[in-house]
Design a protein around this ligand. Sequence first.
Ligand code: BES
Ligand code: ZN
Ligand code: ZN
Length: 480
Amino acid sequence: MMNIVAAAELGDIGGDLLVVPVYEERVWGPGAAEIVASLGEWVEDYFDGLDFTGKVGQTAAVPGTDGFTRVLFIGLGAEADADTLRKAAGIAGRAAMRYVKVVTTLSQIDLDGAGEAVAYGFILGQYTFDKYLSNPKPAQTTDLVLVGNVADSDIEHAQTVAAGVTLARDLINEPAAGKKPETLAGIATEIASDNGIDIKVYDESEIETERFGGLRAVSLGATNPPRMVVFKYRPDGAEKSLALVGKGIVFDSGGLSIKPASGMETMKTDMSGAAAVYGAVQAVAQLEIPVNVIGIAPLTENMTGGAAQRPGDIFTARNGKTVEVLNTDAEGRLVLADGLSLAVEEEPDLIVDIATLTGACMVALGKKVAGLFGYDDDAVALVEAAARRAGEKVWRLPVEKDYRSKLDSPIADVKNIGDRYGGAITAALFLAEFTDERPWAHLDIAGPARAENDDGYISKGGTGFAVSTLVALAEDMATS
Ligand code: BES
Ligand code: ZN
Ligand code: ZN
């Protein structure tokens, strides 16, 4: 892990790279004017030539001075909030990959939590998934110095949450062949034993005897057996409890309602909800947040083997409701049905499920914003506030009861698809059948779970979206 420390002032620390901020119209941020003065007159001319004005994320690198090999100027735009800082620090982190000791004055910006935002963005900006490359180019940075008044606890918090996000990204980016349900359950067991978390893993026979009918139905077409992972983090002094349920489809072929080849290319990422649960549970335990957390991850492939469920088949979910499966590609909601039913049995104060659930949600909100659903305004507001604090974009969509009849089946309690309209909403309505009217929020992360390109502290591929929001939510519940 990168060693991150705070230093009261720039003084003569020195290092391989110094990162200093610049506001729009080239208004120098903390430390920048001094560095420009010591570099010399040419810098302004050089920036004119580059048209470097200090727009958010713009960078300009110059030879070093004052004990640094190089200096990187980074734009913050007109005004910096925590989101801008995380983003700028992410870009700086990526630009700093080959420098061993990096020092930055970004953390001197006068904003609550500046140091934490910079540390978080910088760590995640350096993320790479390179285990399958013959010639990996891992980040060389071993030391990051944050200039300014930064508390050690803020640094530790950033490192712990970023480690949770990194864990989630690694799991999401892993090819499906390398993350069979058994393998993922094994990783969960390790996380649990390393962090004082209780865990129960249900194997395929227990999945049957414990009546996890949705998970079983989806798993029928797969050769690799399913698993149900249940983490229980029960710290001393906890008053509230939070249940997290993450969709863990390690590969979504669509099942017999098979996807076209192009639609399958990214479907190893269909366990991003489960990955977010792993990352959040780990971080909550490491931060010793005094709230009970139950982390539930139904894990299976959705495949087309000879024993696969057929369109028209009916199964009984854990809570006793029967479901007619008319499209086997709407499988996430089937495994969540059991996960939510199990969560309800624990009687938590709040249930949140996280799932790459519908293409329709991406049509509605695009790739960077998650859909947020729920009947309970307080529950939804809690998640909304946590997401804002975490810098993750969510937008509420309605669980419109008028559309519930779209899910009516003539031969079962509910069917698993609606019509062609409002697909993200009908999916949420389906999930609501398994929440027993308890406080519940649903995050459809089909869009933001994956990124097409590097973007600030987000890296191409699995993003680890929702880990940070879920940690913030646990913190808010612990203090309310
Ligand atoms: N895993 C997909 C949703 C998805 C699609 C996530 C694209 C990320 C990118 C999910 O299981 C699915 O296939 N949903 C169907 C539901 C439909 C059959 C009602 C969809 O959205 O098309
Ligand atoms: Zn599907
Ligand atoms: Zn899916």
